[in-house]
Design a protein around this ligand. Structure first.
Ligand code: ASP
Length: 310
């Protein structure tokens, strides 16, 4: 299969399985760089990467920034969480202004689904979606696959349960697409009010209870996304925790636990499992830098090889 990697990364749908594998293989070599004392390669020297974050972020913004710097790019990071930029026109103005610096890539996080796709139409730069509202977060899914592949070798036939607030989760959408593309079997589980209708169309099964979770090889827990809830989706967080919280009582010691962070301790996860050896939460964060280096590299420096092969 030819690896398909386009000019932008907006959705996991932009990648076929070979494209995902190519990025993960590249990430393995960058993980090695991250282990060196001098964690820098000259791949993007002289090129500019703009990080544009319109929503709060710790992990994603820091790892994109480090990734671009370790590739020797010039990096401009703009944060406007809490600003009133919520109109398409204002975003367009900002992107066109920043495009005057001739960036090779714009990494965008926005509270609005579809924002990254719009930006791709407004700039000659490559656009990477770092999370757009409830829509997608493709680099999170890639780092999740990277983390699992390192732990398990491959995802083929692996049984993965994604638990919690699926409705508001861009991570769930990107993960379902990426995990199934890599051969895993995915089930989403949570309160019916937090399971989007027709989620099965993405290729997963859906359950309103945790019955059967003992069959999962991997339990991927989502954060309760309070900031996206405009109404009460669950009677109370206590009741949610009683029925859906993942704790050592609900998890076997040989099941792998993942969470994209930030965790609401005591809500979707109990403290005892967060800090247990079966949790890969810190490995996920570590994988972020190498995977984002690989994404930037493949989009910006890998293109000529692809064009020559095509
Ligand atoms: N950090 C992830 C995201 O930006 C997950 C979360 O916020 O719950 O979507």
């Amino acid at each position: 299969m030819t690896a398909h990697i386009g000019r932008h990364l907006i959705s996991i749908d932009d990648l076929d399985r070979a494209g995902i594998e190519r990025i993960l293989d590249r990430a393995e070599s960058f993980a090695e760089v991250s282990g060196r004392e001098i964690k820098k390669v000259p791949a993007l020297r002289g090129r500019t990467v703009v990080n544009l974050f319109y929503e709060s972020s710790t992990r994603t913004s820091s790892s994109f920034e480090l990734a671009a710097k370790r590739l020797s790019a010039d990096v401009v990071s703009i944060r406007s969480a809490g600003s009133s930029v919520d109109k398409g026109e204002s975003l367009k103005d900002t992107v066109q202004t920043l495009s005057a610096y001739d960036p090779a890539a714009i990494v965008i996080r926005s509270p609005h689904a579809g924002a990254a796709g719009l930006v791709a139409g407004w700039t000659p730069a490559s656009v990477v979606n770092a999370g757009d509202g409830k829509h997608e977060h493709p680099t999170q899914a890639l780092l999740d696959v990277f983390t699992l592949r390192r732990k398990l070798g491959a995802l083929d036939g692996v049984n993965i349960w994604i638990v919690g607030d699926v409705l508001h989760s861009r991570v769930a959408r990107s993960d379902i697409l990426a995990f199934t593309r890599m051969g895993a079997k995915v089930t989403v589980a949570g309160p019916p009010t937090l399971l989007p209708r027709e989620i099965e169309a993405l290729g997963c099964a859906a359950r309103a209870t945790l019955d059967g979770i003992e069959q999962a090889d991997v339990v991927y827990v989502l954060r309760m996304q309070h900031e996206r809830m405009r109404e009460a989706f669950v009677p109370s967080l206590r009741e949610y925790a009683a029925r859906y919280q993942i704790s050592s009582a609900r998890l076997r010691a040989d099941q792998i636990l993942m969470h994209p962070g930030p965790v609401n301790r005591g809500v979707e996860l109990s403290a005892d499992v967060i800090d247990s050896p079966q949790a890969l939460i810190v490995d996920q964060v570590k994988a972020g830098v190498a995977v984002r280096m690989a994404v930037l590299y493949e989009l910006l420096a890998g293109a000529p090889i692809l064009a020559a092969a095509a």
